[in-house]
Design a protein around this ligand. Sequence first.
Ligand code: NAD
Ligand code: MG
Length: 411
Amino acid sequence: MQHLTVLGSTGSIGTSTLDVVARHPDRFRVVALTANSQVDLLFKQCEQFKPDYAVLLDEAAAAGLRRCLKDAGISTEVLCGVEALEQVSVLPEVDAVMAAIVGAAGLRPTLAAAQAGKKILLANKETLVTAGNVFMEAVRASGSALLPIDSEHNAIFQSLPHDYRGDMKRSGVSKILLTASGGPFRNTPLAELHDVTPEQACAHPNWSMGRKISVDSATMMNKGLEVIEAHWLFNASADDIQVVVHPQSVIHSLVQYVDGSVLAQLGNPDMRTPIAYGLSWPERIDAGVVPLDLFKVATMNFVAPDFERFPCLSLAYQALRAAGTAPAILNAANEVAVDAFLNRRIAFLDIPRVIEAVLDELPVNAVTCLEDVIGADAEARSAAQQQIGNLAGARETSVPAPARRAAPLHP
Ligand code: NAD
Ligand code: MG
């Protein structure tokens, strides 16, 4: 029996995780569930999984959940605040932690779980992007098992030799091929990109995901963050990682070997596959996923990424090469810019502008401890807010933007 904490249980990855868990009551027991503020869904999850603890960030939401649980006669203890996220990640009875909080907010509890030697199911890519060396050092020191849940990294993990120890040369690996769908705007005329709406950006052609990662997929920042994630997970340099646009999202990534072999993992685009593999590794369990029908897929295409259309991808490669605090700055500026876009404060094409300006403005320092990352993150957030304010000010004094398009822009 594996005892689990699910950080971010009400999100897209969190609910998919609980879907897999519910299929195997003989294998998994949920010890703790956490969410930002979604009382209703967290209550339903508590009713179904009867965890020992439920954590909400918001005090008023926590009080609401406590009342609902009491009325229903459920004995789950409700905790509140960021410290509680760490607390439920290091409980002695917990074997594995699903890290599925979105954004840099997931860093501290995920790091705490690694320091405590828990098995980590890592969906929160921002942990590796912002604090890759600190996190990987914690994993090494405690001997944690680290299972990548991001579908591409899970595919690479499955395609590498089972005893891979982070030495590509010794393992005969010549390249990591990271596939990308290209998102909803792969073929949208460039002139129309300025006016795309949050709804259009969140309408991913193949995957159903949270809003932040959906926008990241539309700008291809998601792939940029994943290049940095792959760097830390597999000890691969920026030159060792090739992004391949594959619009069908059937091949989830590939590993190229020196003898000419290329190994890949394929499947329908459903996050329950990598989640189930992470949960049951090295075994395999039913994930409730529809089997891949190759006759239905029929055709698979591959093209090189368009760095002009997707400047966020270039910015991420640049940040990886600059190293130190650069990826944390990139990530924080991106989180602020995406939030401003989702709240209609800036246009879609402003997202890379804000990030580039912040990367140009701030110095890059070495990362030796978590505080270095947290300092760079805070500085980048305030610089990004400043840039957004400047952009909004400039827009108010210029010609009004053209009317927004109503129809969704699908490839
Ligand atoms: P989501 O927005 O659907 O869910 C986020 C979860 O985190 C929710 O439970 C929310 O309550 C919680 N949360 C949000 N802000 C928080 C905060 N400040 N403190 C504590 N909890 C907070 O996100 P998602 O799409 O499930 O993505 C989760 C993570 O997994 C992200 O890092 C994303 O990049 C990664 N990921 C997601 C997918 C996917 O298919 N959705 C695929 C690969 C990787
Ligand atoms: Mg991914």
